[in-house]
Design a protein around this ligand. Sequence first.
Ligand SMILES: O=P(O)(O)OC[C@H]1O[C@](O)(CO)[C@@H](O)[C@@H]1O
Length: 555
Amino acid sequence: MAASQTDVSAISDALRQAAAQADNLSISQLLMDTARVQKMTATHQKLHIDYSRQLLTLDTLHNLHRLADATDLRAHINAMFAGEKINSTENRAVLHVALRAPKSASIYVDGVDVVPNVHKVLTDINAFTDKVRSGEWLGATGAPLTDVVAIGIGGSYLGPEFVFEALRMHPPAVKAAKGRRLRFLANVDPVDVARARDGLDPATTLIVVISKTFTTAETMLNARTMRAWIVDALGPDAVSKHMIAVSTNLPAVQDFGIDPANVFGFWDWVGGRYSVSSAVGVVPLSLQYGHDIVSEFLAGAHDMDQHFRSAPFDSNMPVLMGLVGVWNSTFLGHATRALLPYQQALLKLAPHIQQVDMESNGKSVRLDGSALSVPAGPINFGEPGTNGQHSFYQLIHQGRVVPCDFVGVIKSQVPISLDGEPVSNHDELMSNFFAQPDALAFGKSAEQCRAEGVPEELVPHKTFPGNRPSSSMLIEELTPFTAGQLLALFEHRTAVEGFIWGINSFDQWGVELGKVLAKGVRKQLQMSRKGASVSGFNPSTSALLKKYLAGSVSS
Ligand SMILES: O=P(O)(O)OC[C@H]1O[C@](O)(CO)[C@@H](O)[C@@H]1O
């Protein structure tokens, strides 16, 4: 891709100069400019975003768009959709968009159209999950399998859990899930095993082992643990009825003892954290909600893919959110950003986006291996409102500056209105959604405090500096379709930022070292349980290990 380095440097210089003067800008004054506010909004179907509370002039926005052009953002997006191997350190295409493409589409990797295979797997999943849901597929005792434990971690867990929670109270999903339970088992902590199977009966439980590699230590130990639970209760032959898998590693699944007929595949061009639209999400979600609902979710994600691919950048939601992210992170130097959905059904959005964004853009080198000279991906965190208000909002109002992404829903999935209350419960929630961005932007001056009669010694404590940036997104209603749009929107925001920074957002070498060191510790614990002394570690780790071994039992 032939980005002009001269242009990029010149535009970056202009943006750096604007950032150096950003302290002179006042969000409250910028917000009085109606034309600017109108310009800094975008609507796509049932999604609307307002980023006018960013510390950003129209000139700077223009320069961010120039930066997008100079870094060949359009070409990068096209390369991703075209199946080019843009994950260069793993020599892989990045095609989660193919997972939700319609049957009529064609997307090629190494000269092979992948769309027919995607739909073949979807058809197989539909057939299998229909059988389980209808009671045609029975467990070893002849009982229907009403409960599902999905074992997986990272991308093989967080996305499916986000969608599961987003739809849990959506009335059609509630109806479709009647009589069924879906649990997730991610952590290798035995407490998580106990929590996942608490109250479940092996005779009515289906275990779905989800792992792209089928080598992830946590998932494999949890899978062996749950296999033992099934075998102890129902005998070894029960495994074929009670355990299925989702993986790209068929031989390893077979070695584990799962019937190859009950394995749903995907492909190396699906990154773990981008895999919720593959069998990784589709199998557990279809078991719970049925494939009609899951199809709507995929259609929503596809719709956002199309918007991302074809909308002009000045109305392209993922691009606009990405440009804001680059401005805040690289130019204004904000190390964090918060994702604050005012919607309990989105309680797992922030944990999922944490992985999508931080595993993707938590990088310090460019694609060519040279060191990045500017900070890239920020620390992402978040919590649903209003819970977060009673947790960490103190800091975001009066402590550090944290750019915030507020997400609100117009129509509640489960409206409640009580006689005698001034507003409905949802309006109460949304009062906070509208108030918080203004509290961050406008703050409260010492003069306002004094005018309210605040004692002088308390004035500094009760003053809010304001001028804190945020964006607000409104979604008409949270449905499978809009949940899919939302997922793809945040996936593509991350890609936009990574493309502009010139990093590889699709590898994750940073997770490897800790896994390797854990192997050495595991070996030491195994030997020490048989009496060997601790050796080969630094003094701090040795002392901690000895304390652990002295205080714990081996089981
Ligand atoms: O699906 P797998 O192969 O078990 O991997 C699980 C997770 O582990 C990672 O490789 C590293 O944490 C993630 O990228 C991935 O989502």
